[in-house]
Design a protein around this ligand. Structure first.
Ligand code: S3P
Length: 172
């Protein structure tokens, strides 16, 4: 599952995995577990490149998993050549496409503080950041096998749509 920061990949991922009785890998949480540090700590102590290296290792391990697994990927995780292709080789990718206004509303001050790239931003600054960054990232996000245009559809309805989509896949 891919999408911009704050679109709900972690919470949809958790709920989806629960409904489907699948495994869940949340890349951000797995990186924190392996590094024994929070994402802001990794960024400030080791820099973004070190974080991206860890992120890539976690994705490579997730791809190697033999179980039915939902992978909730950090917003920047797929924005390098080769990552979407690596994921496409083993399964479906879902892009949760969400309007800027909804992303801004979803991300509290605390949520922003957990994300080094947007820490301390007010609503207007965050909206401008999203508007600038999404077109750059959509080059990758839009390679997903399914784009769920979230609009203002309620979370519970989106979850049902995701369950339906995955249930209809011909997964052996
Ligand atoms: C990032 C998104 C974050 C986290 C890190 C960098 C990004 O994950 O991986 O702060 O570059 O978009 P979420 O998308 O889960 O917030």
């Amino acid at each position: 599952m891919v999408g911009f920061m704050g679109c709900g990949k972690s919470s949809f991922g958790r709920r989806l995995a629960g409904e489907l009785h699948w495994e869940l890998i949340d890349t951000d949480r797995e990186i924190e577990r392996r590094a024994d540090a929070t994402i802001p700590e990794i960024f400030s102590r080791q820099g973004e490149e070190a974080f991206r290296k860890l992120e890539r290792e976690v994705i490579a391990d997730a791809v190697a998993s033999e179980c039915d697994t939902i992978v909730a990927l950090g917003g920047g995780a797929v924005c390098r050549e080769g990552v979407m292709e690596m994921l496409a080789g083993v399964g479906e990718t879902i892009y949760l496409k969400m309007p800027t206004e909804r992303l801004v509303k979803r991300m509290s001050t605390v949520g922003r503080a957990k994300r080094p790239k947007i820490t301390g931003m007010g609503d207007a600054e965050l909206a401008a950041f999203i508007e600038k960054t999404i077109p750059e990232r959509e080059k990758y996000y839009n390679r997903a096998t399914f784009v769920l245009d979230c609009g203002d559809t309620p979370d519970d309805t989106l979850l049902r749509m995701l369950v339906q989509y995955i249930s209809n896949l011909d997964i052996k």
